[in-house]
Design a protein. Structure first.
Length: 94
């Protein structure tokens, strides 16, 4: 059996890029600070679809990005002026 996908690296990248505090993200996502902390530390690997959705909305990224299905945090807002349109994060419009 394969290991489950760990969203931690993607959540950490989006969290750091957001410039928000853990308390701000937790409040926007409607989750407890401790729950977010465990996700960011890699201590919580089994995360519900609803929590992924909430984190994606709070961090302004797609759930596909958090799940590793795309390298583009939010493909709808991708900055077309990037020198290489295949460049992933953080070459995106503000």
């Amino acid at each position: 059996m394969t290991e489950p996908y760990n969203v931690m690296p993607r959540v950490v990248a989006a969290f750091e890029y957001s410039g928000m505090t853990k308390a701000q993200v937790a409040k926007l996502a409607g989750i407890r600070w401790a729950q977010l902390h465990k996700v960011l530390q890699g201590q919580r690997t089994h995360i519900s679809a609803e929590t992924i959705r909430r984190l994606a909305l709070a961090l302004n990224v797609s759930s596909d990005y958090l799940l590793g299905l795309t390298d583009y945090p939010n493909s709808r807002e991708r900055d077309l002026s990037c020198p290489n349109p295949l460049t992933p994060w953080p070459c995106y419009a503000s």
